[in-house]
Design a protein around this ligand. Structure first.
Ligand code: ZN
Ligand code: ZN
Length: 209
């Protein structure tokens, strides 16, 4: 049971991301479950929470229509290929989590080649091998049964509240406009996050010449 998306849709997703790769394949297959279970943003109000910032997110964004700008694509920095899908109309939700085995046996060799690439570089032969293994892993993910790739679990929290429009205030440090909810109070001054950080850890400030 291979990926059920039309070839044109997969091609468009690859163009959006810039290349086909194992991570994108994971995102495409995860989105397949999300779309099947809760639908696409636009027809319905969908929220997606992604627990990774790697390649797969681009597929999930492109295919579900949820984006950072609309506030319905939310990143949690957990480093997991896990994607939660919420439908606001009836509260249906699910968390799609990649099984540890999702990339198959080839991933070990790929990791070894990666290490070598970063330390001393790869020979022509090894480069070919690296490409071949990546293609093999990608094809494996695209052709596997969804149940073999992912576990579907209940979500861990309610869907995040809708983004609110907040007033902008001016930072007392840099003079730039900052969203109200991001402004920090410090010793009677209202500061943006970078200005506050610079104040609290002055030695980490990049030197200005
Ligand atoms: Zn990629
Ligand atoms: Zn500032």
């Amino acid at each position: 049971m291979e990926c059920s998306f039309e070839k044109e849709l997969i091609d468009a997703t690859v163009r959006f991301h810039g290349h086909m790769c194992p991570g994108l394949a994971i995102g495409i297959r995860a989105a397949e479950i999300g779309l099947r279970e809760v639908g696409r943003d636009g027809d319905e109000e969908i929220v997606v929470v992604v627990e990774t910032d790697m390649c797969g997110v681009d597929a999930v964004q492109y295919l579900t229509g949820c984006t950072f700008g609309k506030g319905n694509l939310i990143h949690l920095d957990y480093g997991k290929n896990a994607f939660s899908f919420y439908r606001r109309s009836d509260g249906k939700s699910l968390r799609v989590v990649a099984r540890p085995s999702i990339l198959g046996g080839g991933v070990k060799t790929l990791a070894e080649l990666h290490r070598k690439m970063n330390s001393g570089g790869l020979s022509q032969e090894e480069k070919k091998r690296w490409h071949a293994i990546r293609e093999e892993i990608t094809a494996g993910v695209m052709h596997a049964r969804l149940e073999a790739l992912f576990e579907v679990k209940p979500v861990q929290a309610d869907p995040p509240a809708k983004a609110r429009i907040l007033a902008s205030l001016t930072c007392d440090g840099c003079g730039e406009a900052v969203m109200e909810s991001r402004m920090r109070e410090h010793q009677d001054r209202r500061l943006c996050a970078p200005c506050l950080n610079a104040l609290l850890t002055p030695h980490q400030k990049p030197s200005q010449k």
